[in-house]
Design a protein around this ligand. Structure first.
Ligand code: AMP
Ligand code: GLY
Length: 426
């Protein structure tokens, strides 16, 4: 079968890499893809603007896929699934209505309140005048979130009420994150460890993926500004069976049931961003798709056929048996452009990819790269996701960092402490 993957990041490279292992997949198209994805065998990249339905439809007309998989959130928000379904094309992902769980934080918060899903206390503000009175009900620190999609840049953790008011008013003015901030959510600040818990849903039944932990801050020791994610790991120890079952019964299944009840059947990957607090797990956010970089280590631990899982979701036959996971650990170290998450230069030549490919159990997923004049060059903030699998987290990290040391480009930076928190707990 021919598969079309929408997107261009490390997550999409990992999806393509895993899909290529399916005996059923003969050819993959990626719209728009990147330099590393285009270099995979049996893969063709198609230029595409993922923010335009017309462009997405054109990519499908050109590639005639038997199945389309959506990587990022923007195509879901603009209704690519609804549009493809209307045309009778097979596509994996939630509809525009169901994707509101990610595309509107106020929708997600109100939904969680209706179904008593544990989430921090919150208030919604639509005008600058509403901010100060709403803040009366909070203690600092306070989390200020843009309602809409802001690529990880829509969250401010304010140390004081004044700081929170300032951030909220700045967002509402449209200066900070544009239209994504025309409504803001104020939220109680929680302490604890974050976990990314993903499930596959067919609208009724769900199956868990293995859990992962992201590293959102740019610097070692969780310092500096937030990014899209600087690395992630996945181990069997991250989430025990008892906690996994609790999360399925108290969070993931109630979400899927509630969405169905409200006429927004949720088919796709439901990503629950959780804070494991002293009082139990709480939902910080939902994403309607695979995480990036979490997908890289998660998909490395997947032993079964990913196409089968996507088809089971589309055809309403998701069960526990849909995934088989390795008990190995996997870790991904993101290598970013100099200046990221601020401004950075593109076009830096990348060296050492062939050497890195020689490290056993490692795979360099490309995120922001292109192939020009015989060389891979940087073309984004997050450039590479150097990922490795091994029987322990220590060994997976050793392999990932070994491969990582072999690649270089001007200005490259990465965190040296991916997985360190888990290692310290041992
Ligand atoms: P979000 O996009 O809502 O997941 O927020 C991005 C990041 O901000 C999260 O991954 C957390 O690190 C942090 N964050 C969000 N909400 C909270 C909260 N209520 N308490 C503490 N940290 C938070
Ligand atoms: N790594 C967080 C996300 O994919 O949104």
């Amino acid at each position: 079968m021919k598969v079309l993957v929408i997107g261009s990041g490390g997550r999409e490279h990992a999806l393509v890499w895993k899909l290529l292992q399916s005996p059923r997949v003969t050819q993959i198209f990626c719209a728009p893809g990147n330099g590393g994805i285009a270099a995979e065998p049996r893969v063709t990249c198609i230029p595409c603007d993922v923010k335009s339905l017309d462009s997405l439809v054109a990519a499908a007309v050109k590639s005639q896929p038997d199945l389309t998989i959506v990587g990022p959130e923007i195509p879901l928000q603009i209704g690519v699934v609804d549009e493809f379904q209307r045309r009778g094309w097979r596509i994996f992902g939630p509809t525009q209505g169901a994707a509101q769980l990610e595309s509107s934080k106020s929708f997600a918060k109100e939904f969680m309140q209706r179904y008593r899903i544990p989430t921090p206390h919150y208030a919604v503000c639509d005008t600058a005048e509403a901010v100060r009175p709403a803040l009366h009900h909070f203690h600092a620190p306070i989390v200020v979130k843009a309602d809409g999609l802001a690529a990880g840049k829509g969250v401010v953790i304010a140390k004081t009420k004044d700081e929170a008011a300032e951030a909220a008013i700045e967002m509402l003015s449209g200066r900070m994150v544009g239209d994504a901030g025309t409504r803001v959510v104020l939220e109680e600040f929680l302490e604890g460890e974050e976990i990314s818990f993903l499930v596959l849903s067919d609208g009724e039944h769900i199956a868990p993926l293995v859990a992962a932990q992201d590293h959102k801050r740019v610097g070692d020791g969780d310092t500096g500004p937030n990014t899209g994610g600087m690395g992630a790991y996945s181990t069997p120890e991250l989430l025990d069976d008892q906690m996994r079952d609790w999360l399925l019964h108290h969070i993931a299944q109630p979400v899927v049931n509630g969405m169905a009840e409200e006429g927004n059947r949720y088919v796709g990957i439901l990503y629950c961003g959780l804070m494991m607090t002293a009082k139990g797990p709480m939902v910080l956010e939902f994403n309607c798709r695979f995480g990036d970089p979490e997908s890289q280590p998660i998909l490395m631990r997947l032993e079964s056929d990913l196409v089968e899982a996507f088809e089971a979701a589309i055809d309403g036959r998701v069960s526990d048996g849909v995934f088989h996971w390795s008990s190995d650990a996997a870790a991904c170290v993101v290598v970013a452009s100099g200046g990221y998450p601020g401004t950075y230069a593109n076009g830096e030549k990348i060296f050492g990819l062939a050497e890195a490919a020689k490290v056993e159990g490692a795979k360099v997923f490309h995120a922001g790269t292109s192939y020009m004049d015989g060389n891979f060059v940087t073309s984004g903030g997050r450039v590479l996701g150097v990922t490795a699998r091994a029987d322990t987290l220590e060994a997976a990290l050793a392999r990932a960092y070994d491969a990582n040391r072999r690649v270089s480009f001007d200005g490259a930076h990465y965190r040296t402490d991916i997985g360190a928190r888990a290692l310290k707990k041992r």
